[in-house]
Design a protein around this ligand. Structure first.
Ligand code: HEM
Length: 468
């Protein structure tokens, strides 16, 4: 029996058990990996393709072969992870294949069969989209991203030599059917404790919507039974039916891809200046910017880092309604307000409904770093985050977070200021002189992230790609 609307709206209490998937088996077999759970490989290569004119049949054949050989299904990904845990046998190179709207058109898919999300159909270069996100002019993007992009291939492995060998071989093959208009090489950046960080030095990827049992159970043990924050999310927040799927449970997901260059040196200098102005420690200034200390401790819970091996995600802002501990403008509070905007929307009687709506904006992040791989260096140019996130509705999820929460001056209160990490353009925020006291100081923390290009994609079901 096919999955029902109810199955998509309600995740099982413990999430989907990939080892005994029951009614989710068909879904996991036909869905690409890296969506419901990150692929977890240390290295990845992203190839952006523009197919050659009038080669449609050859291109279709090539994609079918790629799907047979390289695309890793959600089921295969978890089976390989199981084998690795049990016997230490590493999985094969991991593969994803994504199409843009132009890609669907190239493949001569009927317009009504092209995934219908509005921003996906408009594309990231569309002027209306660009201005609503506050993105820089297309002429300033990396040249490769300025091209019309049809498809994105993601290949990943822990062994960089094996990975580059496969990429080289594939690059040769691809020459016959496509131009590789752009390439990005990503990796997992780690701090000295081995935790995953981003270039500014903060632990990243802590708070994510969870779907799979292994993740849910692990996080429940670490996070006191989710009494303050439940990270589980329904499947309909990340999956949509693939209009071209060939099985009864063929699903896909929309991918937002953005190359975000980080000026680490300038960010750290600005962080120092903010600390001086407020007369506080630099790491507390960083926590007021991000919402968490570099080690991941949420600043709404503590004014010092606690150095927990696994930073907590079991918190909300209920004990900090005036935002004297964690500013409303901080990156984590603006991108996941944990009830702040729901409280505004409604009287208490309808809070649950408004909270559900607010949680409906969540995205599933699958970002990796690029550029300098030494966390002790402070790059100015050429390093940053390859920001990838999955969702079922781009307008209501990524675009909403960026344009309605991160960028605006007003958020929950008037004159909150933009998110100091990603708000475009930058502006003045109010900051507390002392943790736990009202925000009285004004400071314009500049935007040290530069958007270098990107595109919207769809991750089609594997059965579609195998039978193009
Ligand atoms: C959380 C950094 C871009 C959305 C975080 C965290 C860090 C971080 C350090 C805290 C760790 C965690 O909870 O996982 C960055 C950097 C970025 C960037 C350095 C750019 C270079 C973005 C963008 C968005 C975004 C563009 C979406 C518009 C989120 C969300 C969370 C988060 C939803 C989780 C908040 C929560 O649930 O508490 N980010 N981020 N980030 N970020 Fe970003």
């Amino acid at each position: 029996m096919a999955l029902t609307e109810k199955d998509l709206k309600h995740l099982p209490e413990d999430g989907i058990d990939s080892e005994n998937p029951g009614k989710y088996r068909n879904l996991l077999n036909d869905l690409q990996g890296n969506i419901l759970k990150g692929h977890g490989r240390d290295h990845s290569v992203h190839l952006f393709l523009q197919f050659k004119p009038e080669q449609v049949e050859v291109v279709k054949q090539w994609i079918q072969n790629f799907a047979q050989t390289y695309i890793t299904s959600a089921k295969k990904q978890s089976d390989e992870a199981f084998k690795y845990r049990q016997k230490g046998i590493p999985g094969q190179v991991f593969g994803n294949f994504f199409l843009s709207r132009h890609g669907y058109e190239y493949l001569e898919i009927e317009p009504f069969q092209i995934p219908g999300d509005k921003p996906f159909r408009m594309g990231m270069k569309n002027e209306e989209i660009r201005t609503s996100l506050g993105d820089p002019k297309i002429e300033t993007w990396d040249i490769g991203f300025q091209n019309e992009i049809h498809a994105l291939i993601l290949l990943a492995d822990d062994d960089i030599i094996d990975l580059l060998q496969i990429v080289n071989q594939m690059t040769q093959e691809l020459r016959l059917i496509a131009e590789i208009v752009h390439r990005e090489d990503g990796f997992i950046l780690r701090n000295q404790s081995g935790q995953i960080i981003e270039h500014f030095g903060f632990v990243d990827g802590v708070s994510q919507p969870l779907f799979m049992k292994r993740d849910v159970v692990k996080e429940r043990v670490n996070n006191c039974d989710f009494d303050k924050w439940d990270p589980k999310a329904p499947l309909d927040s990340i999956l949509v039916e693939d209009p071209n799927g060939n099985t009864k449970d063929s699903y896909g997901s929309y991918l937002v891809y953005r190359k975000l260059e980080q000026n680490v040196k300038a960010f750290r200098e600005d962080q120092r200046k903010l600390a001086q102005k407020l007369n506080i420690q630099e790491n507390l200034a960083g926590a007021l910017i991000v919402g968490r200390f570099p080690d991941g401790t949420p600043v709404t819970l503590s004014d010092i880092p606690t150095y927990a091996v696994t930073p907590t995600n079991n918190f909300n802002y209920d004990n900090d309604l005036a935002a004297t501990k964690c500013p409303f403008h901080s990156h984590t509070r603006k991108t996941n307000p944990r009830g702040d905007t729901a409280r505004l929307l409604t009287a208490d009687a309808h809070f649950d409904e408004a909270f559900k709506e607010e949680k409906g904006h969540r995205i599933t992040r699958r970002a990796v770093s690029y550029g300098e791989n030494n966390p002790n260096k402070e790059p100015v140019l050429g390093s940053g985050l390859l920001f990838l996130c999955f969702q079922s509705n781009i307008e209501n999820q990524f675009n909403f977070i960026q344009s309605r929460w991160a960028n605006p001056q007003n958020f929950v209160q008037v004159n909150t200021g933009p998110d100091p990490l990603i708000g475009q353009p930058s502006g003045t925020q109010k900051w507390p002189k002392k943790w736990g006291e009202p925000e009285t100081e004004e400071y314009n923390f500049k935007l040290w992230i530069n958007m270098k290009g990107g595109e919207y994609f769809f991750a089609p079901s594997i059965s579609f790609l195998k039978t193009l």
